[in-house]
Write a protein that binds this ligand. Structure first.
Ligand code: XIL
Length: 405
């Protein structure tokens, strides 16, 4: 897929994701994947198509990712509250993660019931699990165009006080939520996905932008810093591996830094595929942050098996999507092999960049991934652990340079 198709893919992807973002916390994100992968089957590790996967090492010999990358970056995974007690994901989280992110439960639609009224029930479950298992928590997210409850914007938009009212609601929400989680999260995605996908203005034309202008980002970051002087503050976005999108994001960031707005780092979502992006693009994204004195977090890594999806697959309606792979076929194993090589290339890069302090996969294991229902319902196995929670080829490719996927 070329760069523009990929950018449109991501842009449309996020547009549609919003509908399900409103689903109740603990619900969405897929899970309806088919039968477990028989990853330890007989077979070759050759690079030719084969109807079985490579022979994988004994899962009991798998090193803990958090130990393997100790001293480089924290290893994170996203989870819903129901996954922290789940027989597949809980052992993986406990063994491998020293960071985690709530997949949906810390978003404004989940926490912000109405002005000054908050629901922390599910978020508290994630925090309690993390704390009991020595896992740090990344806060995701305080402000996102896809999770902006109507009460923030209630009122007469033509009135002279409307702008100040909306700003006050935003400041109160961020102040209260950051204060609540003070000492319990080490970083916040203060603003998620503020960057435009089109040439021209760097700013996404979100409801926040429409009411408060570009100032909303500064307002959010300053409120977060005032509520917690030490938590790391991030702007998080997708397609930072796309040079044009990165340039727009950095122009937005430069405006903030020039104005002395508190900002510690850039979150790179990295929802990528078996064929995109090249490592050099991701390196360029890290370097752009680094040269501005910012740190980098990889916040939502997954590697879709469908590297050949055209941009139209992410349109409305979705057209031309690659047909669902069938587990166990030669085409499936080819994708799994390509995925392993992509994961290896990415982790090799992460480990070589001192500015990368945290790397999170968007999910734990292939039994639960948002990509099984987006952009269409189909099998997708984008993570490092299979549907039973066993390390996949991608895992072994990451931890063992001599492993042949
Ligand atoms: C997704 C969740 O995984 C889904 O369960 C939910 O239905 C929609 O949101 N970028 C982000 C994440 O920043 O918050 C999104 O998470 C995926 C895209």
């Amino acid at each position: 897929m070329n760069i523009s198709a990929q950018l449109s893919r991501r842009s449309l992807l996020m547009g549609v994701a919003g509908a399900s973002a409103l689903a109740s916390c603990g619900g969405g994100g897929g899970g309806g994947v088919s039968s477990p992968v028989s990853s330890g089957s007989t077979a070759s590790s050759s690079s030719t198509a084969s109807a079985s996967g490579p022979t994988l090492p004994d899962p009991a010999t798998a090193p803990a990712l958090k130990t393997h990358f100790n001293g480089k970056f924290l290893v994170g995974m996203t989870a819903e509250p129901n996954e922290i007690n789940n027989a597949i994901s809980q052992p993986v989280l406990k063994a491998h993660a020293n960071s985690m992110t709530a997949e949906n439960c810390m978003k404004p639609h989940a926490i912000g019931t109405s002005a000054g009224v908050y629901n922390y029930t599910l978020a508290d479950q994630v925090i309690a699990f993390a704390s009991a298992n020595n896992i740090a928590v990344r806060g995701h997210t305080l402000l996102w165009h896809q999770s902006a409850p109507d009460w923030f914007f209630a009122g007469d938009s033509t009135s002279a006080t409307y702008r100040a009212t909306v700003q006050a609601r935003l400041e109160r929400y961020i102040t209260d939520v950051v204060t609540y989680f003070k000492g319990k999260v080490y970083a916040w995605d203060v603003v998620n996905e503020p960057t435009s996908d089109s040439a021209g203005s760097p700013y996404r034309n979100s409801r926040w932008y429409q009411v408060l202008g570009a100032d909303y980002i500064e307002i959010a970051l300053r409120a977060a810093r005032a509520a917690d002087p030490t938590v790391k503050l991030f702007i998080n976005d997708y397609s930072t591996e796309n040079a044009d999108k990165l340039a727009r994001l950095m122009s937005l960031v430069d405006t903030l830094l020039t104005r002395g707005v508190p900002l510690d780092g850039i979150g790179h979502q990295l929802h990528i595929t078996t064929t995109w992006p090249p490592v050099a693009n991701v390196r360029a994204a890290f370097q752009a942050a680094e040269t501005r004195g910012l740190i980098n977090h990889v916040t939502e890594l997954d590697v879709s098996l469908y590297g050949s999806d055209p941009g139209s697959c992410f349109g409305t309606p979705a057209t031309g999507c690659a047909p669902s792979l069938t587990e166990g076929t030669a085409a499936y194993w080819d994708s799994i092999r390509a995925q392993a090589l992509q994961y290896r290339a990415m982790f090799d890069l992460f480990a070589s960049q001192p500015s990368v302090k945290s790397v999170t996969t968007w999910g734990v294991a292939d039994n639960h991934t948002w990509l099984s229902s987006f952009p269409v319902n189909r099998l997708n196995h984008p993570l490092l652990f299979d549907t039973t929670g066993k390390p996949k080829s991608a895992f072994w490719a990451v931890v063992n340079p001599t492993f042949v996927p």
